[in-house]
Design a protein around this ligand. Structure first.
Ligand code: IPD
Ligand code: CA
Ligand code: CA
Length: 260
């Protein structure tokens, strides 16, 4: 892969991180997006502007799929998938748990993923076939092989209907099966990086968008983990029910949530 892709992705992620930091420590200018619990801040829009500008300046012909804006489709077989600020609700409430997520897809295959958490200065990076890294140090998934050695992470989409009820039921069942704990950290891209780095063992969430999981998917795979749809099938860009794990407890997670 051209080194430029990686360098530009890292540069864009770091610059987005600086934007996060500036507004997190000041006025987040939070507004409602689609509802009172789906928020947008000045940092979402400014970070997206900066990341897209850097990519467009360097690779003007590439496609862009990003959360906040719509970009004209090109004939290129490259597409950048961007979440300019993942964890907006944390951000606007003053919880320092959020990141920027940037992935590059070539011919429908993820080739690069970068997730940057500016508050901890943690940069997660994966390139297809070259492993996964946290601040240049190789990472791998945990080796827990049972629920009673596993810490799980989940997330709640903004939906408050059927999927949320299914998710609450899943939490109950996992606790009955004696997992060590369940966390809701509030930024799906980071959740996946925490699986990749072995900080947690398994993750599930119903209804994610491509920008939430694109970079994290490559991180999990390159760190030796597994990521599928909730029925165990391959995750495609349009998939939304995601299960990620160290691989060893993957089927057990699917057995619980596929019945809900
Ligand atoms: C959200 C976060 C959250 C997840 C939601 C996402 P946003 O992204 O990743 O953890 O539960 O499903 O929409 O809106 O903060 O970019
Ligand atoms: Ca997101
Ligand atoms: Ca976002």
């Amino acid at each position: 892969m051209s080194l430029d892709f990686k360098q530009i992705a890292i540069k864009a992620a770091k610059q987005a991180g600086e934007i996060h930091k500036k507004y997190f420590e000041g006025d987040t200018q939070t507004k409602e997006k689609s509802s009172s619990f789906d928020l947008i801040t000045i940092a979402d829009t400014e970070a997206e502007k900066k990341v897209v500008e850097l990519i467009k300046n360097n690779f003007p012909e590439h496609n862009i799929l990003a959360e906040e804006g719509r970009y004209e489709k090109t004939d290129s077989n490259y597409c950048w998938v961007i979440d300019p600020l993942d964890g907006t609700n944390n951000f606007s409430f003053g919880i320092p748990m959020f990141c920027v997520s940037i992935a590059l897809v070539k011919d429908n295959q993820l080739i690069l993923g970068v997730v940057y958490d500016v508050m901890r200065d943690e940069l997660f990076l994966a390139e297809r076939g070259k492993g996964a890294y946290l601040n240049n140090k190789k990472i791998k998934v945990s080796d827990a092989d049972s629920f009673d050695k596993s810490l799980l992470i989940t997330g709640f989409y903004y939906d408050r209907g059927k999927d949320m009820i299914g998710n609450l039921e899943a939490i109950k069942v996992f606790f009955q099966k004696r997992v060590v704990g369940i966390r809701r950290l509030g930024a799906a891209a980071l959740d996946l990086c925490y699986i990749a780095s072995g900080r947690a063992t398994g993750f599930w969430e119903f209804k994610l968008s491509p920008w939430d999981f694109a970079a994290g998917k490559l991180l999990v795979e390159e760190a030796g983990g597994k990521i599928t749809r909730k029925d165990g099938q391959e995750v495609k860009i349009e998939s939304s029910y995601i299960v990620a794990s160290n691989g060893k407890i993957h089927q057990r997670i699917i057995d619980v949530i596929s019945n809900l």
